[in-house]
Design a protein around this ligand. Structure first.
Ligand code: AOF
Ligand code: ZN
Length: 374
């Protein structure tokens, strides 16, 4: 007797392998279309030690699912093994047979799961199939951790709207830029790379047309190895002011560019931009601003789950005021922006009460704080 009871040892092991599965699921985050990126590990005892004999992550594009890939790698070794799944295995005949049935057929005797799948075709049915076949099922292991990564998918499934992350880069004196529009660097290079990585994990990057005109950004992901991972770029442009000569429009053939607008369907600028590859989301506007809740529903209806809001100040303020921010990423630089500067809608000392701090990192002289709506 080691002093540790069997059940304690087992649950520590379960958490360890589930943590590994959650990390594996991140590999394809943002690249599985409307499907969430989830992972499966098949683990069995070999010579008294647990060994991973199969691993799978939802394939790019969303299929095949994680489970059949992990089971294929494990082969006969799956018999009597434990499967770790970050999301409840599916129970429906979609474009692939149900993963719950694949697990039953493989001979695994135990399934450890993190998050339950709210998809109405699954939602407890996956677990029921496993249990009916005599498989021992442990639900909810590291559920919170898995749910943080699946937040976009879960939000779309449970609220029919896209999940919103707002990113703000704030100077030490609480500013986000200059009023004259001249660009200032608030954070350093490492933080900038982190932002590119965050973009790559999102389905949509959103900015206001003011920022689009002023900064003329490209909003693609320019990190080595992630160049092919540029999400849809979406511009809020009530009156269709985005210049046809902007970098965004110039790259619309390579990386999707959508414009949310209230401009009339027969507005001639639409045809001009459409010709260049731009797509339009017809929106309602109130007081000259695109109606955001409806827009987020529209995005979800198109199968996209996560929106990364990058500015400017007005757009950020509106998302916050309308309580539409699910996750807030605050980068705080070391320098000050002097002169005629734009106040940040929030700073580290004025975070709205609804948010709680979930992570803090230091990148050189920059600080990155991540908050979630409780
Ligand atoms: C799993 N394993 O790896 C993933 C699952 O359109 P389909 O047929 O591919 O089904 C999509 C649904 O499958 C999706 O809404 C979610 O419920 C589930 N995702 N399930 O067993 C996986 N990615
Ligand atoms: Zn499945």
């Amino acid at each position: 007797p080691s002093g540790i009871s069997d059940t304690m040892a087992v649950s520590a092991r379960d958490r360890r392998f589930m943590a590994a599965a959650i990390r594996l699921a991140r590999w394809h985050e943002g690249r599985t279309g409307s499907n969430p990126s989830v992972a499966t590990l098949i683990v069995r005892e070999i010579d008294g030690a647990p060994v991973i004999v199969g691993r799978g992550v939802t394939a790019i594009g969303g299929r095949p699912h994680a489970e059949p890939q992990a089971l294929a790698e494990a082969g006969e070794l799956a018999r009597g093994a434990t499967a770790y799944v970050t999301l409840e295995p599916c129970a429906h005949h979609g474009r692939t047979p149900p993963c719950a049935e694949a697990l039953v057929a493989s001979g695994v005797t135990r399934v450890v799961a993190a998050a339950t799948d709210p998809d109405e075709r699954v939602s407890g049915r996956g677990y029921a199939i496993l249990r009916a076949a005599g498989i021992e099922v442990e639900e909810g292991v590291l559920a919170r951790e898995a749910e943080r990564d699946l937040a976009g998918y879960l939000k779309r499934r449970t609220s029919n709207r896209a999940h919103v992350t707002l990113k703000l880069a704030v100077s030490a004196n609480g500013m986000i830029g200059r009023r004259d529009g001249r660009q200032v660097a608030i954070t350093g290079e490492i933080a900038r790379h982190q932002v590119h990585a965050l973009r790559a994990r999102s389905d949509v990057i959103l900015i206001g047309v003011g920022t689009a005109i002023n900064d003329d950004p490209e909003l693609t992901c320019r990190l080595p190895g992630l160049e092919d991972r540029s999400p849809v770029r979406l511009v809020l442009d009530t009156q269709l002011r985005l210049p046809a000569g902007s970098r965004l429009v110039a790259t619309a053939r390579d990386v999707p560019l959508w414009i949310a607008t209230a401009a009339a369907p027969d507005d001639p600028r639409r045809a001009e931009l459409a010709e260049l590859g731009v797509e339009f989301l017809a929106c309602d506007a109130h007081d000259g601003r695109i109606a955001l809740p409806e827009l987020l529903e529209d995005i979800a209806a198109r199968g996209l789950s996560t929106v990364f809001v990058e500015g400017g100040a007005d757009v950020a303020r509106t998302f916050l005021a309308e309580d539409l921010v699910d996750r807030l990423i605050l980068l705080t630089g070391e320098g000050s922006v002097d002169g005629d500067a734009v106040n940040a809608p929030v700073t580290r000392t004025t975070i709205p009460e609804a948010f709680r701090l979930v992570a803090s990192m230091t990148y050189g002289t920059d600080q990155m704080d991540e908050y979630e709506r409780a």
